[in-house]
Design a protein around this ligand. Structure first.
Ligand code: NAG
Length: 114
């Protein structure tokens, strides 16, 4: 019984991990023609078939599709919210849950969302 529950839990975490949030931006039309690349949120043009990452967002520019950006930030969803708080780790793009009264101790997190 416990093994079954463990398997289900592992499966649930796996599914959630892969469920990144993506945003789609169609190609710009300039003077009636499709742009020869994708303009990112900072106004920088990127060639087709290129990918880049900044601020924990992964983007790719695809010809005929446009710009697709997915956030790579992971947040804990199931943890003790009364005793713990979230702290953002910029390097790894993940929020960790730490004890409010004792921030050097990690809290147990049973589920993350992407
Ligand atoms: C947080 O720390 C306090 C004091 O050290 C402790 O009593 C409490 O059980 C801790 N809570 C969690 C969720 O770890």
């Amino acid at each position: 019984m416990n093994t079954m529950l463990g398997v289900l839990l592992a499966l649930a975490i796996f599914v959630t991990l892969c469920d990144a949030q993506c945003t789609f931006y169609p190609l710009e039309i300039i003077d009636g023609y499709q742009a020869r690349g994708c303009r990112d949120s900072k106004g920088v043009m990127h060639d087709f078939s290129t990918q880049w990452e900044s601020d924990c967002i992964h983007c790719s520019c695809e010809e005929n599709i446009g710009l697709v950006c997915c956030t790579m930030v992971m947040r804990p969803t199931i943890y003790d919210q009364n005793e713990c708080m979230e702290i953002f780790q910029k390097e790894s793009c993940i929020y960790i849950a730490v004890n409010k009264t004792n921030p050097s101790t990690l809290c147990e997190v049973s589920q993350y969302t992407g």
